[in-house]
Design a protein around this ligand. Structure first.
Ligand SMILES: CC(C)=CCC/C(C)=C(\C)COP(=O)(O)OP(=O)(O)O
Ligand SMILES: [Mg+2]
Length: 431
């Protein structure tokens, strides 16, 4: 992949530097000027079995330069609520967000949900990603037995990832996200949920699988036993292989960011499992805390790797960015609670999700628990957009702006996938 063209930092950098600490922004600006350093020292795309790249039509958003397109304008536009006027960078009359899909896929949105439509994902890319991910699943990691094929296809991971990463420069970049998404779901399904999962012994399984992401370093005798264990089951094979590709494509800091996000995810799975073992329905805030960890966060936070650039670690670590990421992850995950509500009602036992927990803990009907969850989601989305707009204004470094745009696009693509995945999800009859 050719290195992206360097983009000069925005002219307001000195003003932002006075608020953020000159060293942080000076470092960031230096890295933005030297974007080739980001991809120049390592392969831009993973090298394990590298199939030939088919011709992919260039996408309108493929430019590495964070020019304010519709997605970024929306981030920068911020919310419209009381007291948010000062945070908005574009006038309230800013043009509408994303174009309406020309040939909309099926599936209706949750009534009253605050979301942004996305353009239909590029069908050429969807087909190619779908073809390659199946070949990876079957030939490289032996992910599933024959009778799971329908569920694998019904998950439509190609459509999901193409919708969430429209700025990926190549299909190889999209595959980085797609493998990880499939591996993450294999762990959830096989260790925690419908495909043989259980809360019993989950801590052990998750910890051992985590070492496929964050390797064990030990004595020679035990090192080889550990290395063999990574091939022992489908979730570990998938984590190991997907991480190998990711590490080759990203920087050490990006890999470390991902490992940290996955440790968060595994901690969230454990809290959910503990409540299942105890038959406990947590308080609503406790559920929301668990769901901030058992969360889609590891997916939007790789948007820079998939986009072929890097958000520097110090800009990723700043508190305002962490808040934006957490709010985005929480909004996307409550979207899952809403769209998967009926699927989860059908599973044995009480499957916790926000509508169920609100109804139970606040003595509401199922319908009112659901409708209140829609409001919770909408407030999270507005808070995400407010905080993103505020950060974009305060720290207008090109990689920050592009990352914020990538996270916002992921949020919208995630909603699109949930809405249109009628194989997996259906809405309750509440309206
Ligand atoms: C892709 C990824 C990081 C997933 C981690 C957690 C996860 C599986 C979700 C946030 C989705 O929630 P849930 O387990 O409820 O999924 P379904 O409702 O079964 O689709
Ligand atoms: Mg769910």
């Amino acid at each position: 992949m050719p290195a992206p063209e360097p983009t000069p930092p925005a002219s307001s950098l000195p003003a932002a530097a006075s608020r953020f600490g000159a060293h942080v922004l000076a470092d960031a600006a230096a890295r933005v000027h030297d974007m080739t350093a980001v991809t120049g020292g390592r392969p831009a795309v993973p090298s394990p079995p590298a199939p030939a790249e088919p011709p992919v039509p260039p996408l309108p958003e493929a430019s590495p330069a964070p020019v304010p397109d519709a997605g970024l304008v929306r981030v920068l536009a911020g919310p419209s609520g009381l007291g948010t006027e000062g945070l908005r960078l574009t006038p309230r009359s800013a043009p509408p967000t994303a174009p309406e899909p020309s040939d909309p896929a099926e599936g209706r949105p949750v009534p009253g949900l605050y979301f942004h439509p996305v353009p239909e994902p590029d069908p050429v890319r969807v087909e190619e990603v779908s073809r390659r991910i199946k070949s990876w699943a079957l030939d490289e990691v032996s992910l599933y037995p024959d009778d799971w094929e329908e569920d694998f296809d019904g998950f439509s991971v190609g459509r999901y990832m193409v919708a969430c990463h429209p700025d990926a420069p190549t299909v190889d970049h999209l595959m980085i996200a797609t493998r990880l998404m499939v591996a993450e779901n294999a762990v959830d399904d096989c260790y925690c949920e419908d495909h043989g999962g259980s809360p019993i012994g989950l801590g052990e399984r998750l910890l051992l699988a985590h070492t496929a992401l964050d390797p064990l370093y030990t004595t020679r005798e035990y090192q080889s036993q550990w290395a063999r264990s990574l091939h022992a089951d489908a979730p570990r094979r998938a984590y190991r292989s997907a991480m190998e590709y990711f590490v080759q494509a990203g920087s050490p800091a990006q890999a470390d960011r991902y490992r940290h996000d996955m440790a968060r995810l595994h901690m969230g799975y454990l809290a959910e499992a503990a409540w299942a073992q105890e038959d406990k329905v947590p308080e609503v805030w406790e559920y929301l805390a668990m769901r901030q960890f058992n969360n889609f966060r590891p997916c939007p936070t790789i948007t820079d790797t998939v986009g072929g650039y890097e958000l520097p670690a110090d800009l990723h670590a700043q508190e305002a960015m962490q808040k934006v990421i957490a709010l985005a992850g929480n909004a996307t995950t409550i979207v899952n609670d809403l769209y998967s509500y009926t699927k989860e009602l059908r599973t044995p036992g009480l499957h916790l999700n926000l509508p169920v927990v609100i109804a139970e803990r606040e003595n509401l009907s199922e319908q009112d628990g659901y409708l209140k969850s829609v409001e919770v989601h909408n407030e999270l989305m507005h808070a995400f957009e407010t905080e993103a707009a505020s950060l974009a204004a305060a720290c207008p470094v090109p990689s920050v702006l592009r990352f914020l745009r990538g996270v916002a696009t992921w949020v919208d693509g995630n909603h699109y996938w949930h809405r249109t995945n009628t194989y997996r999800y259906s809405l309750p009859d509440f309206w």
